[in-house]
Design a protein around this ligand. Structure first.
Ligand code: G1P
Length: 297
């Protein structure tokens, strides 16, 4: 059986981002930037490198800044051109999206991640698709989604990004119950969203998925799970009983949880230190600040 190419990605960005209030009172969380690139831009760049051609955003009220961000800005372009700021123009152009390749659908009610993905069902159609949660920023030599697409081309089925987390953190994630450990891939026999106790493992789902369209049929039933929400984890878990075709993928790379303040700060430091134009000044500052704190203790 030939495996259909993954060309569509869904970006659920409807959340209110309350953890980042007051910043998120008027700015969507996904526009918050690591150094100078919005979180959502990192996700888009990763998707493009994985061969994604169509980008589907599931938004909500108050997220229009996201749509503007992906729009061309003729005035800004003209002004940069006129003043010969070619380097800035290049940066600006790196955010341009091809015409007709980006779509927005609203999630009218905050009924959970599974519901957000379900809202995109008509745009996804009957083909495999990726889901990317921009809060999870992942760095590495090969972009995480590209690694997953390569794995998908070998195995088909449903693949979720996975990484080991401390046992006490398992209550914040979808957790995998593993039936067969093959190293970077594991076959999954169960999935539990945010287990309050007795997690089946410490292998957590991270916000990158490649899913088969039958997951959308399960989501169509609108069954609620943890927290009274329609959970994507539960719909994927259903695939285990119907096709036994669910895998966890231990990606190579560093993951930053930019949905938390501490994770966002860690990513900011890491991205600042990785930038040629900033690293000398920034690392000097970090050394100084750490030394001063030590001296004061
Ligand atoms: C979501 C998923 C969860 C997953 C996590 C990864 O939870 O529901 O299964 O482990 O993303 O970041 P959220 O963090 O949005 O509550």
């Amino acid at each position: 059986m030939s495996i259909k190419k993954v060309t569509k990605a869904v970006f659920p960005v409807a959340g209110m981002g309350t953890r980042f209030l007051p910043a998120t009172k008027s700015v969507p969380k996904e526009i918050l930037s690591l150094v100078d690139r919005p979180l959502v831009q990192y996700a888009i760049d990763e998707a493009r490198e994985a061969g994604i051609e169509e980008f589907i955003f599931v938004t909500s009220r108050g997220k229009s800044a996201l749509e503007d961000y992906f729009d061309v800005s003729p005035t800004l372009e003209a002004s940069l051109k006129a003043s010969g700021k070619d380097d800035l123009l290049k940066i600006l152009n790196s955010t341009n999206m091809d015409d007709g390749k980006i779509a927005y659908v609203r999630q009218h009610r905050a009924l959970g991640l599974g519901h957000a993905v379900w809202c995109a069902r008509r745009l996804i159609g009957d083909e495999p698709f990726a889901v990317m949660l921009p809060d999870d920023v992942i760095t590495g030599d090969t972009p995480c989604l590209k690694q997953m697409v390569e794995a998908y081309e070998q195995t088909g089925g449903n693949i979720v990004a996975a990484m080991e987390v401390p046992v006490e953190a398992t209550k914040s994630y979808g957790i995998l119950d593993v039936s067969e450990d093959m190293g970077n891939m594991v076959r999954v026999k169960g999935m539990v969203e945010k287990p309050k106790s007795n997690p089946p493992s410490n292998l957590a789902v991270i916000g990158r998925y490649i899913l088969t369209p039958s997951v959308l049929d399960t989501l169509d039933k609108k069954e609620t799970g943890a927290g009274g929400e329609i959970q994507l984890t539960d719909a994927i878990a259903k695939e285990i009983t119907t096709s036994n075709n669910v895998f966890g993928f231990r990606f190579r790379g560093e993951r930053y949880d930019c949905g938390s303040k501490a994770g966002f700060l860690q990513a900011t430091v890491a991205f600042g230190l990785a930038r040629d134009d900033l690293k000398d000044e920034f690392s000097q500052f970090l050394n100084d600040i750490v030394a001063a704190r030590k001296a004061a203790q």
